[in-house]
Design a protein around this ligand. Structure first.
Ligand SMILES: Nc1[nH]c(=O)nc2c1ncn2[C@H]1C[C@H](O)[C@@H](COP(=O)(O)OP(=O)(O)OP(=O)(O)O)O1
Length: 163
């Protein structure tokens, strides 16, 4: 089976993270980081930078790859590559996909208005701790999860074998 590959980018500063309310596409009405499908012919990093620009107007030079999430079951079978960055350039702007876009304090993340799996792995992402997760959905409900912190070198090895 060929899984769809997605990116998810979190812009951070000190103890705050930038989230947008999804107004189009997958996950409408939920807060999330920026991201989307990796397109044919682009690398995962290139896809991540493009999606960040399209959805927030922010440019970024370097992204840190902090996690790989594999989703099983409904609503789709996919792999999501999670990135963080502290360095962006350009003027933040809402987009057709994300509106509004807001800084959230780490201890005030709106988990009740996010994908149900977010609260399971955000703690790793917020601390820049590398992680690997497998999350199985049945319908809109999580049926099984496996989430583990991961050695940075190991995740880079796994990642390089996927790009
Ligand atoms: N269960 C889940 N939990 C989560 O926190 N984020 C998820 C998720 N399932 C998918 N995502 C993220 C991955 C990706 O960043 C986004 C979905 O991307 P989209 O479908 O919006 O892709 P595109 O922006 O390429 O879409 P279009 O431009 O509308 O074709 O939601």
């Amino acid at each position: 089976m060929k899984r769809k590959v997605y990116t998810l980018i979190f812009v951070k500063k000190h103890n705050e993270v930038l989230l947008g309310l999804k107004v189009r596409g997958f996950g409408v009405g939920l807060w999330n980081g920026f991201g989307g499908k990796v397109e044919t012919g682009e690398s995962i990093h290139e896809g991540a930078k493009r999606e960040l620009k399209e959805e927030s107007n922010l440019n970024v030079n370097s992204l840190e790859h902090v996690g790989i999430i594999t989703y099983e079951g409904d609503p789709c079978q996919s792999v999501v590559h999670v990135f963080t960055t502290y360095n962006t350039a350009g003027q933040l702007k809402v987009s057709e996909e994300m509106n509004p876009i807001t800084w959230y304090k780490f201890n005030d993340i709106p988990y009740q208005k996010m994908w149900p799996d977010a609260k399971l792995w955000y703690p790793y992402m917020l601390q820049d701790k590398y992680f690997v997760a497998v999350i199985k959905y049945i319908g809109a409900k999580i049926s099984e999860t496996f989430i583990t912190p991961c050695d940075a070198n190991k995740i880079q090895t796994v990642f390089k074998s996927m790009v």
